[in-house]
Design a protein around this ligand. Structure first.
Ligand SMILES: [Zn+2]
Length: 971
């Protein structure tokens, strides 16, 4: 049994004592610099965090074994307000909160008072997370650790903002931001439940009217205004009549509140239920059409204005609600303020045509999904389908006036601009999807006056970002376009707040720079902070000039030293260290950060540094599920990382996080999986110890079977290399562990009876040692502790963490031996099938190999296949050109037919290979395996060619022999 805890502690201690992962510049070696998001320390790490960090560590360890001088640092992100909110809840002794702290995080009760200020709480969790990262064996250089509230870090962030401001990338103005009305703060992704990015959309609000009274309806599809058949209002919701910028509007009470935050002048006049307006006649300001206001329960008073225009031809919600209302009004005519006959004739008006759909696209989709009720959750999906199909492939019909035949994409913009210009519509910012602040309140849009922004909308800056993205390595490869799209749609991003921890804006110190803006270029800071700490400077001496020198090489060290008091020699050293490690080679992060952090990082680097220092790579990760479901506190299925390490061991945990990690898919963790990985590693360890005990052997008397194993080994090295190019770790582990072990099992079975011969034993030991040596190297990035342990027992040099990553040894690539062994394996399987089907326990097994004439025809068939001319007729004609075949004219055609069927299934490469190998001496190949087959089945085995005079063929099977498929008789 492996004592996981003992080997983890042993190797973690040795790595630390040797400073193994403390990386300094080494001009002799190429460098590889990678980082992963510094954690926000407001909770312990749990298994869900393990994937991204473990993959980063695997990446670092793999590169190190390829000979790179690898730097992987770590720090702590304290910036923002969530820690304040947590301290408040702790002080209030919120019961749910206390339960999490005491029972999930296992924090001792007496410790709680210490945590009652934001910094102490952050420090507590930072220490906890660091402990976990050390215990899972991440190869981090801890000498570069810092927090984002360190005074020196603030000087660095001030420099970042001065640089951006001088380039014109900082703007100030009134812009819409996601806003929490209870917290009184702008809200970013880090502040929301589920880390959802608050996305703001500009809706078109069309002013439908009844005389002077307006019923403004919000829409993202202004081009469908030509197809409106009626209006919707929620009969049970509260609405207000209000003066809005001098007009009389009927809108939901919530909409009135939101309009105030959007800096509209709002004066409420009266309040009533939505039902009040049901049945009144409304006019479409664009077409002049008249239609009724009708009730619908799907209308959400919180969404835009709470009044909805109904376009049943193109909006599944509208279509289903209208159908439903017609049915109900017919059944119960007295329940409504309108007569069923008033709505009987309301039919969808189609204004968009689209290939593959009928006149009413919403009807096709709704019928297909079987939706009949406006509360059916499938309506969201139906809406998306129609919207997307029409947006990408729709054209405006002739009933849309000047817009007829325009593509929907074009018409959407044109209609919006035109009707706003004519005063028939206005616009309103609204959350694209509902988002909740961590305090529990719904996030709304607020126009923020004099807010500071980083202007990611700057077209020239966008061009740089596009260029950077084109040049960098993005893993998985298919995500490049997603980054380009984000660059295109990014606009001004609010970068400062009035509250929270962080750095003050240098030119306006009542603002604090927020968390997604002070975390975009800190990768550079890791490369200099170690050197700065050695000098212990006064933070205020670290002026713009200082950072300009160390990061941009501006000015000369002597004069910077003079003005900052920082030793010139040290300045040069720090600048050199930055220049050695920069640019950043890989940034690891979760997929949810493409739309903000990762792209901001690209922008800010490109805005500050010259092209040769732009980031070179991004690796994007999926997340982790627990037994197929989401991990969440409410589901009570969060396992803190430390508990998981205690329970399963660091290496089994690492392996289970990686074995399920397909790029962009969620990894599915379960305790059973971790246990299973532990068992696999135990077996790996046991075999390794057996091999170590037997020694290294010698390669002098290698046979085909040995060459087969060594050749398989080379193919797994090649497979792992190919997979790791895109960090496909699951594939790598399959090659390095499962598949290799299976082949090793087979090999050991095949050679088990040869160990009595000393020279065979030596050759076998050689193969086993060499396989282990390769396998332990390939597994090191995934299970470093166990591999160090095995490496030490093998007498390896230094840490295996720095051993060379295996390379394919071409001299051991032998497709021929793989083909021959393949034949033996198939023959064995055939025997097993026979014994299984017949239930015979064999007394003797006969193998009959194909005669020479069969080989001649077989090779002809391969040759025809290579030339793409393989046909039964052709093959038979070719065969009969040979006089020898004429004597066999009765059997040749039938045989040729069988051969064509076999050969047609072979892959091209296999055809080539078999042609090259020509006729095999199958008798020899099988005879080599006789003792193995005898041992497996406990009976005699006879091998002969089908027409050898001594062949025993009591059941008349021998004539069935084909090349690569000996005939078999089990007696
Ligand atoms: Zn809030």
């Amino acid at each position: 049994m492996v004592d996981w805890k003992a080997i983890e502690e042993k190797w973690q201690r040795r790595w630390a004592e040797a400073g193994a992962f403390e990386t300094d510049p080494d001009p002799e070696k190429p460098k590889f610099y990678l980082t992963v998001a510094y954690p926000y320390p407001n909770s312990p790490q749990h298994i869900g965090h393990g994937r991204t960090y473990t993959l980063t560590d695997v990446h670092a360890r793999w590169k190190r074994m390829q000979g790179y001088n690898v730097l992987l640092p770590m720090a702590w992100h304290y910036t923002g307000t969530p820690l304040f909110a947590m301290v408040e809840r702790l002080k209030e002794r919120d019961p749910e909160f206390l339960d999490t702290f005491l029972n999930l995080y296992n924090i001792p009760e007496e410790k709680l008072t210490e945590l009652m200020d934001p910094i102490s709480m952050a420090e507590y969790f930072a220490a906890e997370i660091k402990h976990g990262m050390q215990r899972i064996g991440y190869s981090i250089d801890w000498r570069r650790e810092f927090t984002t509230v360190d005074p020196i870090y603030s000087k660095f962030i001030e420099w970042q903002f001065e640089k951006l401001r001088k380039k014109g990338y900082i703007t100030q103005g009134s812009h819409p931001v996601g806003w929490c009305p209870s917290c009184g703060n702008p809200v970013g992704q880090h502040d929301t439940v589920g880390d959802k990015e608050p996305e703001i959309e500009e809706f078109t609000v069309i002013k439908f009217r009844k005389g002077d009274m307006m019923f403004p309806a919000g829409t993202l599809r202004p081009e469908t205004v030509f197809g409106v058949t009626n209006m919707w209002i929620n009969p049970d919701a509260t609405y207000v009549e209000a003066r809005v910028d001098g007009e009389t509007w009927v809108i939901s009470a919530e909409a009135a509140d939101k309009l105030e935050l959007l800096e509209r002048e709002v004066e409420r006049i009266s309040e009533f239920q939505g039902s009040k307006f049901i049945g009144v006649t409304i006019t479409n300001p664009v077409t002049g059409d008249e239609f009724p206001m009708l009730p619908a329960s799907f209308v959400d008073p919180k969404a835009v204005t709470g009044v909805v225009m109904s376009v049943p031809a193109h909006a599944p919600f509208d279509l289903v609600a209208l159908d439903q209302l017609k049915r109900e009004a017919k059944k119960n005519p007295d329940a409504y303020r309108f007569k069923p006959s008033d709505i009987k004739d309301l039919e969808p008006i189609s204004v968009i045509e689209i290939d593959g759909y009928g006149a009413v696209p919403a009807r096709d989709v709704v019928d297909h999904m079987g939706i009949t009720d406006q509360q059916d959750p499938k309506l969201e999906k139906a809406t998306k389908e129609v919207y997307s199909a029409e947006f990408h492939g729709g054209r405006m019909r002739n009933n849309t006036g000047q817009y007829a035949s325009l593509p929907v994409q074009t018409a959407k913009k044109a209609v919006k601009e035109d009707i706003v210009a004519k005063g028939h519509a206005t616009t309103m910012y609204e959350m694209l999807e509902p988002v909740q602040c961590r305090c529990g309140s719904e996030v709304v849009v607020k126009i923020f006056e004099n807010q500071w922004f980083i202007n990611y909308g700057d077209p020239a800056w966008k061009r740089l970002a596009h260029e950077n993205i084109d040049e960098m390595t993005i893993i998985p490869f298919e995500l490049r376009q997603e980054f380009h799209n984000v660059v295109d749609w990014l606009r001004e991003k609010a970068c400062a707040r009035k509250a929270g921890l962080g750095t003050k804006l240098p030119w306006s110190p009542d603002w604090i720079i927020e968390a997604l803006s002070d975390s975009v270029i800190y990768m550079a800071y890791y490369t200099v902070i170690k050197g700065i700490n050695e000098v212990k400077p006064e933070p205020e001496h670290l002026t713009e000039e200082f950072w300009d020198y160390v990061f941009l090489g501006k000015g000369d060290a002597e004069s910077v030293a003079e003005s900052t008091g920082f030793p010139a020699e040290k300045l040069m050293e720090i600048h050199k260290e930055f220049s050695y490690f920069y640019p950043l080679d890989a940034r690891h992060s979760g997929r949810d950060l493409i739309s903000n952090h990762l792209t901001y990082m690209v922008f800010c680097h490109d805005g500050i540094w010259p092209r040769e220092l732009w980031p070179r790579g991004i690796v994007v990760n999926g997340s982790v599920l627990m037994e197929g479901g989401k991990m969440s506190k409410s589901l009570n299925n969060i396992i803190p990382l430390i508990n998981a390490i205690d329970g399963f061991g660091a290496d089994p945990l690492r392996l289970s996080l990686m074995i399920t990690a397909e790029p962009l898919k969620d990894a599915d963790f379960s305790p059973d999986l971790a246990k299973n990985m532990g068992d696999n590693l135990e077996r790996f360890h046991k075999r390794a110890m057996d091999v170590v005990e037997q020694g290294r052997g010698s390669p002098e008397n290698l046979r085909d079977i040995d060459r087969w194993m060594l050749s398989r080994l080379q193919s797994y090295i090649a497979e792992a290399d190919e997979a790791l190019k895109e960090l496909k770790v699951r594939k790598t582990i399959h090659a390095a562990m499962y598949n290799l072990n299976q082949d090793m099992d087979w090999y050991q079975k095949r050679v088990a009876r040869q160990m009595d011969t000393p020279e065979r034993a030596e050759a076998i030991r050689y193969v086993e040692w060499r396989t282990l040596d390769t396998q332990v190297r390939m597994m090191t990035p995934f299970t470093p502790h166990l591999c160090e342990e095995i490496w030490e027992k093998m007498g390896g040099d230094g840490f295996i963490a720095f051993a060379e990553w295996p390379r394919v040894d071409e001299s051991y690539v032998s497709q021929e031996s793989e083909v021959l062994e393949g034949m033996i394996r198939t023959s064995m399987e055939d025997v097993q099938k026979i014994t299984r089907v017949t239930g015979i326990s064999p007394e003797k097994i006969h193998f009959y190999t194909a005669d020479g004439w069969k080989w001649k025809i077989y090779l002809k068939a391969l040759d025809l296949a290579r030339r793409g001319q393989l046909e039964v007729g052709t093959l038979i004609r070719e065969a009969f050109k040979d006089d020898e075949m004429k004597a066999r004219s009765k059997v040749v055609p039938g045989y040729a037919r069988q051969i064509v069927e076999d050969v047609i299934r072979l892959p091209d490469a296999e055809v080539e290979l078999r042609l090259e190998m020509g006729q095999l001496n199958e008798v020899n190949v099988l005879t080599d395996a006789v003792s193995f087959i005898e041992g497996e089945h406990g009976c005699d085995v006879a091998v002969s060619a089908e027409s050898d005079p001594w062949t025993e063929d009591p059941a008349k099977r021998a004539h069935r022999a084909k090349p690569y498929r000996p005939a078999i008789y089990v007696q």
